[in-house]
Design a protein around this ligand. Structure first.
Ligand SMILES: *Cc1c(COP(=O)(O)O)cnc(C)c1O
Length: 420
């Protein structure tokens, strides 16, 4: 459930704020987040596990806006981070270091040192060379790194190839069969304390079956590790729960929680989750203005002022985003098929092909729904386009939470070489 809907005047609103009001104040394109939706998603997710009091670490890469992170942090969320920058962001947003887990296949020694100084809760280690590097960095500092090995359960997650991470031929994690010697090594290395086990099998999963298979393998694996004498106090089940973008019917958090209860019953460990999309995805939209309606070669193109640089999911993952006219079309307005495209000079800069909609006019506003995760956080300045503004709504209030980039900011890092 989300808090984006039409008001009585037929204007699309974020909570109680009509979007044309925000567009007039900040221009387009802009991302718009709903506080109530974000909090609701966090509460529904957390409450379904209430019995287990899990550590819910929001995956910062899904949405790194300070206001989004601070909203979740205030509600009690931790953070799943994949870089030093994300640790800084999470800390600035008020996430205690004791609720930060550090994932990723390519942590540098500098990042490890920084994370140790901050005193983060857990490193999810993805390889033997990483484990050895972490040991060296920690012992040099006289520190101890709390470690979980990210194991790869080798399950097919049934999601888009670019976001599937649980099969054994991806770069992520360590195959379960190769993990026991790594745990033995971890137990022997200085500066390392074995704390738990972790996994993450992919993103936008719309069925429980891959989770069920992975969790049951992980459960057995925890038994194996304990038999070998390792103290396993944390079990990190990753993120990946899908959301409805279009006609998918992903499992509800309650069904997911029921599965977790069944598979992890009596495990005697702190459960950790790393949800990103399921918390933020439907809590944000991208609002854009139609620049032209172009008719050529028998086709209709709706050219909007947002591009693939602002929202790359359709180009990168063939993703579907519902497109909603901000001014509700008159009842009985004709529905036509059109392509919705951006201004970027790439054939792939397409948001929707042959989409059925009531044809807008130049100047009209459109909203791309489900853009709160992997939207703004993946934006770039390709084509020398400015990063979009981000706005947060709470009830009848709104605030710019990230200013639109200025040309001065865009060009501020450029220098001419001395021979000019
Ligand atoms: C991306 C990622 C997540 C979040 O995935 P969602 O599908 O957004 O829930 C969690 N953990 C790790 C390690 C990730 O890489």
């Amino acid at each position: 459930m989300d808090h984006f809907s039409y008001n009585a005047e037929g204007r699309y609103c974020a909570e109680d704020v009509p979007l044309p009001r925000i567009a007039d104040a900040v221009g387009t394109p802009f991302y718009c987040y709903s506080t109530a939706t974000l909090l609701r998603h966090y509460q529904v997710f957390s409450a379904s596990f209430a019995h287990a009091a899990p550590l819910v670490c929001f995956a910062v890469k899904a949405n790194g806006s300070l206001a989004v992170l601070a909203t979740l942090a205030q509600a009690g969320a931790g953070a799943d981070v994949v870089s030093q920058g994300e640790i800084l962001l999470a800390r600035r947003a008020g996430v205690p270091a004791s609720r930060i887990v550090f994932s990723g296949v390519g942590k540098t020694e500098a990042e490890m040192a920084f994370a140790l100084e901050e005193g983060i809760f857990q490193f999810n280690v993805e390889s033997e060379p990483e484990l050895r590097a972490l040991s060296a960095v920690a012992s040099a500092k006289g520190a101890t790194a709390a470690v979980a090995v990210r194991v790869n359960p080798d399950v097919a997650s049934g999601t888009h190839a670019k976001i599937a991470t649980g099969a054994k031929d991806t770069k992520f994690g360590v195959p379960m069969s190769e993990a026991p010697p790594l745990y033995a090594l971890a137990a022997a290395l200085p500066g390392i304390r074995v704390q738990g086990v972790s996994m993450h099998i992919g993103s936008q999963l719309t069925s429980l079956a891959p989770f069920a298979e992975a969790f049951s393998r992980l459960r057995m694996f925890v038994g194996t590790l304990r038999q070998a004498g390792h103290g396993i106090r944390t079990v990190d089940l990753g993120g990946g729960l899908g959301i409805p973008y279009h006609d998918e019917a992903p499992p509800l958090p309650e069904a997911y929680a029921q599965l977790v209860r069944r598979e992890m019953d009596g495990i005697d460990a702190q459960l950790i989750f790393e949800p990103g999309r399921v918390l933020a995805g439907n809590a944000g939209i991208l609002v854009t203005r139609v620049i032209y309606v172009k008719r050529t070669a028998g086709r209709k193109f709706i050219v909007v002022d947002a591009g693939m640089n602002d929202l790359i999911r359709p180009s990168l993952y063939e993703a579907h985003h519902d497109i909603v006219p901000v001014r509700k079309p008159e009842g009985g307005a004709a529905v036509e098929e059109a392509d919705v495209v951006g201004p970027v000079c790439e054939t792939g800069d397409i948001f929707a092909q042959a989409r059925k909609l009531s044809l807008p006019a130049a100047g009209d506003l459109l909203a791309f729904r489900s853009a709160g995760a992997y939207g703004a956080s993946m934006a770039s300045t390709y084509n020398a386009r400015l990063l979009p503004a981000e706005v947060m709504v709470r009830g009848s209030e709104f605030a710019v939470v990230k200013t639109r980039q200025s040309y001065e900011e865009l060009f501020s890092r450029d220098r001419l070489p001395p021979w000019f």
